[in-house]
Design a binder for this molecule. Sequence first.
Ligand code: G4P
Length: 192
Amino acid sequence: MRKLKDIILSEGIALSGDILLVDSFLNHQIDITLMREIGLEFAELFKDSGATRVATIESSGIAPAMATAEAMGLPLLIMKKQISSILSEDLIQIPVVSYTKGGTYQLIVKRKFIGKEDRVLFIDDFLANGEAAHGAVKLIETAGANVAGIGIVIEKAFQPGRKRLQDAGYPIKSLATISYMSEGVVEFEEEA
Ligand code: G4P
C-alpha cells in the first residue's frame, strides 16, 4: 500500500535493526484517514475470504481492525490480554510468549463471542516473530471456528513470523513488508 509505505518512510523511525517506531500514526497517535484506507484495502484483499467476523488483539491492533470491520460490515472481536473480575464467564485462554516485552501473557475471549459457524479474519499492526498471530489462530481454532485470513499492517519479513504462519497454511497478506532495517534505514520488499 503506497500511502502506508510513504508514511512509514516520512514518519516512522527505525530505532534499530528490528524495532520501528510508528507512534505518530499507528499505535499511539492514530491517523484516522490512513486507518480508513487501511480498512478499505484489507476489505478488498479479503473480500472473497468468507469472513463472518474480524478479530484483533488489544491494544494496537484495534484501530486497523475496526476500520476493516467497518469496511466489511462485520463485527469486531477484541482478544483481551488481562482477566478482570467482570471477565469471568466461560472463557477461552491461550498463552503467548512475547519476545519484545519478555514473559508470557494470556489471550482471552468469551466463548459466546466466537463459535464453530465463524470464519475469522485476524488483523494486527505488526508481524514480527508471529507469536501473537499464532496464539490468535490457536484461539480461533480452539473455539471451533476457522481462520478466514490474516491481515498485517506492517510485516518485518526478516523475522520468522510469516514463514511459521504460511507453513501452517494460513492465507496472510501484509500492507507494507519491510525486508531490511537498521538505525534510520527502512527498505521494503518489492511488490509482486
Ligand atoms: P510477535 O507477536 O510477532 O511474536 O512479536 P512480539 O511478541 O515480539 O511483539 C509483539 C508486540 O510488539 C506487539 O505489541 C507488536 O505490536 C509490537 N511490535 C513488534 N514489532 C514492533 C516494531 O517494530 N515496532 C513497534 N512499535 N512495535 C512492534 P503488543 O505487545 O501486543 O502491545 P500493544 O501495543 O498492542 O498493546
